[in-house]
Write a protein that binds this ligand. Structure first.
Ligand SMILES: Nc1ncnc2c1ncn2[C@@H]1O[C@H](COP(=O)(O)OP(=O)(O)OP(=O)(O)O)[C@@H](O)[C@H]1O
Length: 263
């Protein structure tokens, strides 16, 4: 089981000069196995919501539960993949993947078996003895995904994991992620500001508003996979989402102009 409930969540950041309402009255239920994208322009609270679900930064009010258990901090059932890979540079690929399992005290032969399976699943077998600095961005992100999969968390939280990759590598990794997701039946919450990426991947897209971050639209994507970005249905949804995101982008822009005028 791995469902998430977000109930009446608010998050306020206080700085010396002002308060930022990053999230306001967010209510969501994410069933087990759903692939959800959080979509919106910069500053609309996507990472704040993801970090709250991860337990890194708790809500100011409201509550989030995973399998009906209140989230009060990070937990093994929720694995996080960041944009910036977060690998240990002094460890080889296989050591990076094995690390969490060693910390958990798993038996050596079981670790070897798990790591080999993951290396194969993510096409990393030929790179097992390499260090992160000797890998491309796409390969490094594969290792980061393998590391989270090693811990077998039923929930994967992903914060713009492919944002720094070139278009072709990004599409390859999107396809691999879809394959892994359908094979392992994970619940995935994936932050992106790419409309096309959200439509390509998600069962459900949650469009957020810019400051305060609220749910602007909650859309189920009912297109068969693998999805064709050239299809009429894909493009119709892209236009609809483009309009919604642009409205928020405009609010972001207006806000920046207003703040610049005050300074
Ligand atoms: N630690 C913090 N202190 C003060 N304000 C913060 C803090 N973290 C986030 N914010 C503010 O909260 C709002 C939401 O930020 P958040 O990073 O969640 O947005 P985002 O949608 O993930 O944007 P991006 O795509 O740029 O990462 C922004 O206005 C941001 O400036």
């Amino acid at each position: 089981m791995s469902h998430i409930t977000v109930k009446g969540v608010n998050k306020v950041f206080k700085t010396d000069s002002r308060e930022v309402v990053a999230l306001k009255d967010i209510n969501l239920h994410i069933p087990q196995g759903q692939f959800v994208c959080l979509l919106g322009p910069s500053g609309c609270g996507k990472s704040t919501l993801l970090n709250a679900i991860a337990g890194f930064s708790l809500p100011s009010s409201g509550e989030i539960t995973a399998d009906a258990q209140l989230i009060t901090g990070p937990g093994p059932e929720r694995g996080m993949v960041f944009q910036e890979y977060a690998l240990f540079p002094w460890m080889t690929v296989e050591k990076n993947i094995a690390f969490g399992l060693e910390v958990k005290g798993m038996a050596k032969d079981k670790i070897e078996q798990t790591v080999s399976q993951l290396l194969s699943m993510l096409s990393l077998s030929d790179f097992r003895h390499r260090y992160p600095k000797d890998l491309s961005g796409g390969m490094r992100q594969r290792v980061a995904i393998a590391r989270v999969l090693a811990l077998d968390s039923p929930i994967m939280l992903m914060d713009e994991p492919f944002g720094a990759l070139d278009a072709l590598t990004r599409r390859n990794l999107q396809d691999e992620l879809l394959r892994i997701w359908s094979e392992l039946k994970k619940t995935i919450i994936f932050v992106t500001h790419s409309i096309e990426e959200a439509i390509y991947l998600a069962d459900r897209i949650i469009v957020m508003t810019y400051r305060p971050g609220t749910v602007k639209r909650d859309i189920l994507v009912d297109l068969p996979r693998l999805r064709d970005p050239a299809s009429a249905e894909f493009n119709a949804l892209k236009r609809e989402l483009g309009q919604l995101v642009m409205e928020e982008q405009q609010r972001h822009h207006n806000d920046e102009m207003r703040l610049a005028a005050v300074d």
